[in-house]
Ligand binder design. Sequence first.
Ligand code: SF4
Length: 679
Amino acid sequence: MSLTRTTCPYCGVGCGVLAGADGTIKGDPDHPANFGRLCSKGSALGETVDLEGRLLAPQIDGVSADWDSALGRVAGAFGDAIRDHGPDSVAFYVSGQLLTEDYYLANKLMKGFIGSANIDTNSRLCMASSVAGHKRAFGTDTVPGVYADLEEADLIVLVGSNLAWCHPVLYQRIAAAKEARPDMRVVNIDPRRTATCDLADMHLRVAPDGDVALFNGLLSYLAGHDHFDARYIDAHVNGCHAALAQARATDPADAGLPADALDAFYRLWAQTKKVVTVYSQGVNQSACGTDKVNAILNCHLATGRIGTPGAGPFSVTGQPNAMGGREVGGLANMLANHLDIENAAHRDTVQTFWNSPTICDHAGLKAVDLFDACAAGKIKALWVMSTNPAVSMPDANRVAQAIANVPFVAVSDIMARTDTGDLADVLLPATGWGEKDGTVTNSERRISRQRAFLPAPGMARPDWRIISDVAAAMGFGTAFDYASPAEVFAEYIALDAATRPFGRDLDLSLFADADYAKLIPQQWPRDNARFFADGKFYHADGKARMVPVTAPALDHAGLTLNTGRNRDQWHTMTRTGKSPKLGAHLAEPYLEIHPLDAAAIGTAHGDLVAVHTDRGRAILRSLVSDRVAQGQLFAPMHWPRQTARGGTVNALVAPLTDPISGQPALKRSNGVSVKPYIA
Ligand code: SF4
């Protein structure tokens, strides 16, 4: 059986997979992300490629249809809305599951041909705060480091990142490095005692959203104990005084940690030159997510611990192609190829390159705002690609109502029934993992191929082609006349070359002459390149910025809810829900609750509880454990309404967002009540 070299469709680690049509799945020993390793989700991929429940033909109003009719209906609805209400009356909501070629074309259609920037993505829920923090500090959205830094560091600080469950192969790499180098230290900063604590020398049970206080305290400690790198700051950093003054005005006790724990952590950080700080959703999914990111970046910039082997801040992405989406501008506040919507020269260059009739000239609606606009009747046509916002968005019940309120909704997906697809006027059958070709970019800027090893089922088409077909039906066919994803990729690389004079960080020149069919996993700008070792940043003066950040006032009264992920499920379970092996891990929705809170409520381990907020209700199995602190609750967000008992978890969450990044705050919801469930 010949095996096809492809990439895992789940998390941002981006592991290489060898896959066969007979269901064989192996880790690719030659892929530099995983060197043959796979986690439970990746290993079970063979159980998820059957055709049960698949959408195999277009549907119009619930009735199977041919492609021409479906495309005509989508193009007509979008065209009518644009004609009658203007380009900002339509929107795309897309996904980090899309391949880079899909993302590039969706972005091109919306921004260059429809003329709106109303394209946002579920990656807004994943790493938008890191993007905003990077731009404030570095002048660009640049991830400085590489995975090898995790093996070269003497201290790894994990912040809001349950790597053991959410980026398991990176966890395995750190575990192997730690075994080989017993002097290596790992600190885990998380309000919960997660599986990642098994690896940690120190667990800091920070208060929810206490991270700014914690890292402002670290900055203050570093300054007070003469650990700033004055030479590096003088040559390469602005804003140090203001950031330090703000840090000194912060009480580190607001991190919710004992003074001796803070002191031990600060001393360890200060005395270790090679520090990597890894962070993900616990940092990003917060109403102060961007400030948390900059609080971390400030400490690395003040000490010059950035861009060198084993040192630097490292944002790891959740979605498999969140990074590829960023690269092609698949967010409402970006153009393409790391160019800026607000910059007229950038807009003109992209419009000229695309030879497009228009170009968006202002940012579009970010995810939460986009669905608010749907609820308010401002969006007349919506196309959701490859994701399930009716389950995954905060305030999910209201999001479902908002989608239902849009006069025309198209959904492209691999499955016939999803909570979002059930609200669609037109369903467009997309090919899934194993059936489609393209590229993805992982958290360390490594571009890898996804390759097909199965035939397209029924009438399913790859997303890049569905987007091109809709564009053609809207009258833009000449600019969307692609025979293959290789042609789309070549255009993306050519756009990068055409915009090189703008001096962005993104540099894809390595891929200019690449043979797409044989493309091997490669980082941009080149393998194992770290950014900022030379002290050159992308602000106009070439310097980085330390940003003054204020720790939020925290209300510790009542129960707070943190929603997140399980080890063996992915997003809303469209694919992982098919695997009996994965389902055996944690078989039903649950609520982690501290023993004292459980006793106060009158519930025991294994009982059902009703969880309420003023947004929604969910019936969950109580899992009584001191893995959560008293007053804090945790529930996984995966189960869709079809299989959830009494409501989906993110329906409980208020749609608060970070004011800079627009990323929703899914990690700390107040106003939660829990009661024993009586049927
Ligand atoms: Fe897939 Fe992530 Fe697991 Fe690697 S670590 S196999 S990319 S889910």
